[in-house]
Design a binder for this molecule. Structure first.
Ligand code: ATP
Ligand code: MG
Ligand code: FE
Length: 351
């Protein structure tokens, strides 16, 4: 079965074709980062309008890439939430219109399930069960994944997400938007030991996180340096970037390893945009190796939002018998706020 998937929950428009037997056939992406940069963050109304402009050209692009006519598509998948309401509505309405016009089933997908299963798009592919560290712009969670639709939340952030901590600290350092990748790049030139920053909740007994205090600590440190020596020079900026990255990565890695120990599982999967961070990858691989635990990551270009993970999650659901494949009724809704635990078990459809 060939599934076309649409992602439009935030500032990336993604479209992809996945075959339930053969895997990913084609995917195309447009990121709105450049458009939102001058505002220092995502402007929801601009995001929705841009999704409208991009989604059909991207759809044509994936069909061309795969060399398939539209008639070959058997089902349509789309991100139904969580995310920005207006942005979600673009993907949902295009998907439902597509399905209605062609008499196909439409499968609503939870965005985080897409992220969570995206490491299965890589080779080698992890087997279930595994521990998942989901680190994105809006979420930081540790889960026990028993199979498709079997997700148990073990811990999560009490305030900011890890990606947010990267982005907000990067903004303080004058690194633009979204600062995560820029901060990480600059950190490579810096000395992480020069400035001390806290590791929030590193020793707490649970698997939860808290990153909002770290951002304040970065600001306090920045002010102290400025008071002492005026504006930051390049070396100071790089050293503070390295210290920030180190603090975030230390906590993420420590809690992920703690979850591996607690569950006794020997597979750790990392998903979400922060999963692209090289320092995090290295630290996790080294720490997990000591426990004889394997670590899996999504392909680098599929860490941040994309359509491939949405079409792929739908394919996994179809293969597991967890997707409703009737093509009757195309009324739909989106769920800007939606807990992943709500889709555990057979009830995947947004209510
Ligand atoms: P959510 O999926 O929770 O709704 P999102 O879709 O915005 O959030 P993603 O696209 O998965 O999140 O990830 C984007 C985040 O990943 C941003 O915060 C970005 O700064 C961060 N990020 C991307 N690459 C890196 C990197 N190399 N190092 C650190 N952070 C990174
Ligand atoms: Mg994004
Ligand atoms: Fe995302």
């Amino acid at each position: 079965m060939i599934i076309i998937g649409f992602e439009s929950s935030c500032d990336e428009t993604g479209v992809a074709l996945v075959c339930t037997e053969r895997g990913l056939l084609a995917h195309a992406l447009h990121s709105q980062i450049a458009m939102h940069r001058e505002y220092g963050g995502v402007v929801p109304e601009l995001a929705s309008r841009d999704h409208i402009r991009r989604i059909l050209p991207l759809t044509r692009a994936v069909l061309n890439q795969a060399g398939l006519p539209m008639e070959r598509i058997d089902a349509v998948a789309y991100t139904a939430g969580p995310g920005l309401a207006g942005a979600l509505l673009v993907g949902a309405s295009v998907a439902q219109a597509f399905a209605w016009a062609r008499g196909l089933p439409a499968i609503p997908i939870h965005h985080l399930e897409g992220h969570l299963l995206s490491p299965l798009l890589a080779t080698p592919r992890p087997e279930f069960p595994f521990v998942a560290l989901l680190v994105s712009g809006g979420h930081t969670q540790i889960m026990r994944v028993g199979g498709v639709g079997d997700y148990e939340l073990l811990g999560e952030t009490l305030d900011d997400a890890a990606g947010e901590a990267f982005d907000k600290s990067a903004k303080l350092l004058g690194l633009g938007y979204p600062g995560g990748p820029a901060l990480s790049k600059l950190a490579q030139e810096g000395d992480a030991g020069r400035y001390e920053l806290p590791r929030p909740m590193l020793h707490s007994r649970d698997l939860d996180f808290s990153f909002s205090g770290l951002k304040t600590a970065v600001l306090t440190r920045l002010r102290a340096i400025e008071k002492e020596s005026g504006a930051l020079d390049d070396a100071q900026r790089a050293d503070l970037a390295a210290a920030t990255e180190s603090a975030i990565v230390d906590v993420l890695a420590a809690k992920a390893i703690k979850a591996v120990k607690q569950t006794g599982l020997k597979r750790l999967v990392v998903a979400g945009g922060v999963g692209a961070n090289r320092h995090l990858r290295k630290q996790l691989i080294e720490a997990a190796a000591r426990l004889k635990c394997e670590v899996f990551f999504p392909p680098l270009d599929l860490c941040t939002d994309n359509g491939a993970m949405i079409a792929f999650a739908a394919a996994m659901r179809v293969n597991a018998g967890l997707a409703a494949l009737d093509s009757a009724g195309h009324a739909f809704t989106v769920r800007p706020r939606w807990d992943l635990e709500d889709i555990c078990g057979p009830a995947a459809a947004p209510a």
